[in-house]
Ligand binder design. Sequence first.
Ligand code: DX5
Ligand code: ZN
Length: 222
Amino acid sequence: MTKQPVKISPSVLTADFWNLGRSIAQLEEAGADLLHLDVMDGLFVPNISFGLPVIAALKKHTAIPFDVHLMIEKPHRYLERFRDAGADLLGFHLEAGSPVEETLRSIRALGMKSCLTIKPATPAQGVFPYLPFCDMVLVMSVEPGFGGQSFLPGSLSKIKAIREEANRQNLPLDIEVDGGINLETAPLAVQAGANVLVTGNVLFSAPDMKARLKELREITAR
Ligand code: DX5
Ligand code: ZN
């Protein structure tokens, strides 16, 4: 298994949006590696979160790279707009109705890192043909749509299968896991081969986000 330091990508979905700027400043001070931004259109998932203007507004005030997770139908229509808003890494779902290889290539051509995402019911093998065009694969460990859900243990074998295939293809792939990551599930995901952890509720429910982030780093150090 490739040894890579674990990166933490806090999701602000369960933040208090009145204090969004303040929360992001705290996450930056705590040393978050990425900022995970969940964009939902009410069609691909049964929820609506935030979109382009919010991302563009945040971009002006933080240096943390933006890890944008699109949960929208036909995401290929919006790649350039998300790049212009500030996405550094742009992820979309295999199941979202866009031409997969072409969309991954376009994301890279626009100067962003590309990420292909799969829902819990989609087998790991679904991403295998596209790995050469991915900087990252995101394995959803809850049904997309809401923060604060419980980790689905079936995601672990999917992470392992994708890591093995990436190693077989000799690709330095990032594997991100998203949903229900906490102090118990984080080490399991890392053991399975994930090296990027999305952390929503585990940080926003903590009395001290900075201390919690440090704790997550310590228990996942390899
Ligand atoms: C769910 C989102 C997740 C979510 C993670 O659709 O993609 O990023 O906010 O939140 P927690 O860590 O609370 O499960
Ligand atoms: Zn997400």
